[in-house]
Design a protein around this ligand. Structure first.
Ligand code: CAA
Length: 240
C-alpha cells in the first residue's frame, strides 16, 4: 500500500521538489502550504498532489490537519518538515517579531507536526520524519540570528526525537541544504548572493531536486537503520 506523506511548505521551492519526488517514489502526498492559494491551486492542477492550507506555527491547526488527513487518506507514515521563512537583518535591526515568527514557523512547526504524527507512528511501529535544517544552522550566517538559531534547533530536535523513536522503527533525520536555487535565496541581495556563491566549491547553487533525492532515501524502507543523522547537501560550502 502507498505510504501517506505530508510535506510542509510542499507546494513551492524545495518542498515542491520533495512532494514530486515522494509521489514519484509511490507515496500518496499531501502538500501543506501557508499562504499562496493561487500557487497551491496551480501546483495541485499540474501535479495531482492534494494541497492543504494551514499554519505550521499554529499547534492546534497541525493537530487538526493531521487528523483530517488521516481520516481522508489513512495513517500518516512520512512527515517532511520543510516549511520555513526568513526575516533577515542584523540584530540591531531585527525586531522581536522577526525573531518570534522565524522560531515559531521553522522550529515550532517541527514540534507541532511531530506532536501530531509521532504517536500514531509509534503505535504502528513505522514512521519517517525528515526535518529540513540548513547550512546556516550549522555555520551561522551574518544577518540571521533568528534563522540560524531555529535551524540549529532543528538539528538538536532531530537527534532527540531519533532517540525516542528508534525502538519503534520511527526514524528522524535532518537534511542541511546549502544555498539552493529557490525564491528564498533569490530574495538575498544580488551582490551579497554573488559573494556567497563565489565561496561554494561546486561553483553553483544547488537544485531543489538534489535535496529531494536525499529525502526519498531517508524516507525509504532501505534507510531503516539511519536515524538521528544530518545529511549535508551544500556543494562543499561547509563540511560539518
Ligand atoms: N560578514 C561581515 N560583515 C558583513 C557581512 C558578513 N557576511 N555581511 C555584511 N557585512 C557588513 C557590511 O559590510 C556592512 O559593513 P559597513 O557598515 O562597515 O559597510 C554591515 O555589515 C551592514 O551590512 P549591510 O549594509 O548589508 O546591512 P543591511 O542591514 O542592509 O543587510 C543583511 C544585512 C540583511 C544581513 C544582508 O546583508 C543580507 O541579506 N545578507 C544575506 C543573508 C543570507 O545569507 N540569508 C540567507 C537567506 S537564504 C536561506 O536562509 C536559505 C538557507 O537555508 C541557506
Amino acid at each position: 500500500m502507498a505510504r501517506i506523506a505530508i510535506v510542509t511548505g510542499g507546494t513551492r521551492g524545495i518542498g515542491e521538489a520533495i512532494s514530486l519526488a515522494l509521489q514519484a517514489a509511490g507515496a500518496t502526498v499531501v502538500a501543506n502550504y501557508g499562504g499562496d492559494d493561487r500557487k497551491a491551486a496551480e501546483f495541485t492542477e499540474r501535479t495531482g498532489i492534494v494541497s492543504k492550507k494551514w499554519n505550521v506555527a499554529d499547534h492546534q491547526a497541525c493537530l487538526d490537519a493531521v487528523g483530517a488527513i488521516e481520516a481522508a487518506h489513512g495513517a500518516v507514515d512520512i512527515v517532511v518538515n520543510n516549511a520555513g521563512i526568513t526575516r533577515d537583518g542584523t540584530i540591531l535591526k531585527m525586531t522581536y517579531e522577526m525573531w518570534r515568527e522565524v522560531l515559531d514557523v521553522n522550529l515550532g512547526g517541527c514540534f507541532n507536526m511531530a506532536k501530531a504524527s509521532f504517536p500514531g507512528m509509534r503505535t504502528r511501529k513505522f514512521g519517517r520524519i525528515v526535518n529540513i535544517g540548513s547550512i546556516n544552522g550549522q555555520a551561522g550566517q551574518y544577518g540571521q540570528v533568528n534563522y540560524a538559531a531555529a535551524k540549529a534547533g532543528i538539528h538538536g530536535f532531530t537527534k532527540a526525537l531519533a532517540q525516542e523513536g528508534a525502538r519503534f522503527n520511527v526514524t528522524c533525520n535532518a537534511i542541511a541544504p546549502g544555498y539552493i536555487d529557490t525564491d528564498m535565496v533569490a530574495a538575498v541581495p544580488a551582490d551579497v548572493l554573488d559573494k556567497i556563491v563565489a565561496k561554494i566549491p561546486a561553483g553553483r547553487l544547488g537544485q531543489a531536486s538534489e535535496i529531494a533525492r536525499g529525502v526519498v532515501f531517508l524516507t525509504s524502507d532501505d534507510a531503516a537503520f539511519v536515524t538521528g543523522s544530518t545529511l549535508t547537501i551544500n556543494g562543499g560550502q561547509y563540511m560539518h
